[in-house]
Design a protein around this ligand. Structure first.
Ligand SMILES: [Zn+2]
Length: 313
């Protein structure tokens, strides 16, 4: 690294000495629940780092002489992460890019397969958008959202939710009602600022570790899409909105989950897939994927959205 460079880092002890070596050091201390300190903000670079580590792990590493070319591919993919790289019409561009790389460097570049095209045109949001710890929401995404304001299970609170998602939810709600199951909405769309507040509240209430495992880092919550809903069941006339209470209702939730794909929803955070989704199992967190057919296909496959998109890319 060039002498006199400006470095943004987290609070890891090993970085303490950098300042003595003539670098300008700006730090964020995650252990003190900091995500940004004035101009210093390292979440972006940490997302990139995780993404790159994943890419390399997939190929069990690579030869050192090919490292740079792989790194460039990762960088290109990251910079284009909000575009659908795998749609057929985009394939030509990607293949052209791969060809340039192959000719320029004479190295092997991982090819890309074509995919099923489930994208939506026009003003609809991309109902298969992937938002997780490694795929933060794009700044532009919210612009494509048509949000409606709806009632929640709390008397004094409303929620916002994507329009088609809400219509699908009403259909789910009424189908469940016919089976004697009543559900309501705890939470749906959340802005990035609101997610920051939730993180602080959970850290205060349950401690930092629990908050980190349960609450998404602002920008990486699926609730930013407007397509995710946390539902709450009513049992014996009472809304069971505490997470601990809902975990005690596996049979009721299993009946609810069976009905989800019939209305275009999937259960998003499955048991046993915690390492892939990055979150613990949440029976209440459902996600609209745009159509009954796609929801059915994902549910039948037993895959989580990350795996499904990977498989059909
Ligand atoms: Zn949720």
């Amino acid at each position: 690294m060039l002498e006199g460079s400006t470095i943004h880092s987290d609070g890891w002890k090993a970085y303490d000495g950098l300042i003595l070596n003539g670098y300008d050091l700006y730090r964020v201390f995650h252990s003190e629940n900091e995500f940004a300190r004035r101009k210093c903000h390292v979440n972006g670079i940490e997302n990139v780092q995780t993404l790159f580590a994943w890419s390399f792990a997939k190929f069990n590493g690579c030869d050192s002489d090919k490292f740079v070319i792989h790194l460039m591919e990762c960088e290109w993919r990251y910079n284009h992460r909000n575009k659908d790289l795998y749609k057929k019409e985009k394939m030509k561009k990607l293949k052209a890019f791969s060809t340039i790389l192959i000719f320029a460097f004479g190295f092997f570049v991982v090819g890309c397969e074509s995919t099923k095209n489930y994208g939506y045109k026009g003003k609809h949001p991309d109902y298969l958008v992937l938002v997780n710890k490694m795929h933060p929401i794009s700044v532009d995404y919210a612009k494509s959202l048509d949000l409606v304001t709806v009632d929640t299970v709390y008397d004094d609170e409303t929620a916002e939710i994507e329009k088609a998602t809400y219509e699908a939810y009403l259909s789910l709600q009424s189908a469940l009602e016919k089976q004697g199951i009543e559900i309501g909405i705890d939470s749906a769309y959340r802005s990035v600022e609101y997610q920051e507040q939730i993180m602080l509240d959970f850290t205060e209430k349950y401690g930092e570790e629990y908050a980190r495992n349960t609450v998404a880092v602002p920008g990486t919550s699926e609730h930013h899409t407007g397509l995710a809903i946390d539902i709450v069941p009513k049992v014996n006339g009472e809304w069971k909105w505490e997470n601990e209470d809902m975990m005690q209702l596996p049979e009721l939730f299993s009946r609810i989950h069976k009905e989800l794909p019939n209305h275009g929803f999937i259960l998003r955070l499955l048991k046993g897939k915690e390492k892939i989704t990055g979150y613990s199992y949440e029976p209440w967190h459902i996600r609209y994927v745009g159509s009954v057919e796609v929801a059915q296909e994902i549910t039948d496959s037993g895959l989580v959205l990350e795996e499904y998109l990977e498989e059909f890319k």
